[in-house]
Design a protein around this ligand. Structure first.
Ligand SMILES: Cc1cc2nc3c(=O)[nH]c(=O)nc-3n(C[C@H](O)[C@H](O)[C@H](O)COP(=O)(O)O)c2cc1C
Length: 373
């Protein structure tokens, strides 16, 4: 992977990314007046603030249908490759990912969409491969969802043929179990080298094995209560990748509430996860996981207790607190974090102005990159 794929290939030991901003309400199921609406102008503003403020990447969620409730949580979403392309046109250094459902995107079409985005961004496009899990989204697409293991087998063929399109100079046939493509040509090639940065977050053994074969970065949850376990996981993942002749980094995800003081941050997080919650939408999320009133004892209490846990790993506090948590993650060998905010435009400046300089002081961030043009 060449250095022209900035910013994810800069020297920052701990990279910071924004997660979920293409979706209404981001990742926090809330009905607060300041919640994120994910309209284009706000997304563009967020991307510019992030780029100029020294953030490293932007990672959207591949989401096609909302979860209902008063706010229809994540019901308003931009398709991620086109969204990323637009943001790449408005930024200079930051890496912007598309989160692509392998079964929903024809490989010939998506290979070229990615090349297009990569040219617009001068090598800054990244690909997050997901295989899908949400049945109503598949029903809406008219595409039959496969059994879990088969999803990754299909994705294996899908990414293999896409990589061929990015690299083969001569026409080729691809004839495997799922994909049968004839006389394939694809020009131009990528702007950068042979592949964009590829990431995946499969948590099952087969998902993890797929990531080891194809991805440059993998996502896992940080275990604050057992940092040693997190460190062991990261070390093992990297060693397993090395055994396959590959290099892969491990990242994590979370939700940040950063305020000038810890007290303010904790009060806001409490408000976000109590009166601010769209509980009906939470019920929609649970129903998809087959957790219903009919099969769950104390269902109302279960729903009421859920919010602090379902916004992702919480990073709540003053700039000093947030910096310290990031440093602990780095200490476990993690290479960075994709985090969400309630309102990405309103809350990002405190992070770029107060947290990033603190990370620099700890040697976890380098000075800003010069524009790649
Ligand atoms: C950081 C991160 C981002 C993810 N993004 C999406 C997404 O946008 N869309 C989606 O359908 N699944 C997404 N997932 C789910 C994973 O791709 C994966 O399906 C899930 O972790 C279950 O793992 P498995 O597929 O190996 O069973 C994400 C997971 C994580 C941790």
């Amino acid at each position: 992977m060449s250095a022209d794929r900035c910013q994810m290939y800069n020297d920052n030991p701990f990279k910071l990314g924004l997660f979920g901003a293409n979706c209404s309400s981001g990742r926090a199921i809330n009905k607060l007046p300041e919640r994120w609406l994910a309209d284009w102008d706000s997304c563009e503003k967020m991307a510019k603030l992030a780029d100029e403020g020294g953030m490293d990447f932007i990672l959207p969620i591949g989401r096609w249908k909302g979860y209902g409730g008063e706010t229809d949580f994540q019901g308003t979403t931009f398709e991620t490759i086109t969204w990323a392309t637009g943001l790449l046109a408005h930024t200079k250094n930051i890496t912007v990912f598309g989160t692509v459902h392998a079964p929903l995107f024809n490989p010939m079409v998506v290979a070229k969409q990615i090349v297009t985005a990569d040219h617009v961004g001068h090598g800054r496009f990244g690909l997050n491969i997901v295989v899908g899990w949400n049945e109503p989204e598949f029903q809406m697409s008219g595409i039959q969802q496969r059994e879990h293991g088969d999803r990754y087998e299909y994705a294996e063929e899908w990414i293999s043929v896409i990589k061929k399109m990015w690299n083969e100079e001569e026409p080729f046939d691809f004839d495997e179990e799922y994909l049968h493509l004839k006389n394939v040509v694809a020009k131009p090639k990528l702007h950068g080298d042979s592949s964009p940065l590829i990431i995946n977050a499969g948590q099952s053994p087969i998902g993890r094995a797929f990531a080891l074969r194809h991805c440059h970065a993998f996502f896992t949850n940080f275990r604050e209560a057992d940092v040693k376990k997190s460190a062991e996981f990261v070390a093992k993942f990297k060693a397993d990748a090395k055994a396959l002749g590959r290099e892969a980094n491990v990242y994590t995800q979370g939700h940040v509430v950063c305020r000038p003081t810890r007290k303010e941050a904790e009060e806001y997080f409490h408000y976000l996860t109590t009166e601010g919650v769209d509980f009906e939408a939470i019920e929609g999320v649970l129903e998809l996981k087959n957790i219903t009133r009919a099969n769950t004892p104390d269902y109302d209490e279960y729903v009421r207790q859920l919010p602090p846990k379902n916004v992702g790993y919480p990073i709540i506090g003053s700039p000093d607190d947030v910096t310290e948590k990031f440093a602990r993650m780095h200490g476990a060998g993690l290479s960075g974090i994709a985090f969400s905010l309630v309102n990405y435009v309103d809350e990002l400046p405190l992070i770029t102005e107060e947290v990033i300089p603190r990370l620099r002081n700890l040697g976890l961030k380098t000075p800003p990159l010069q524009s790649a043009g």
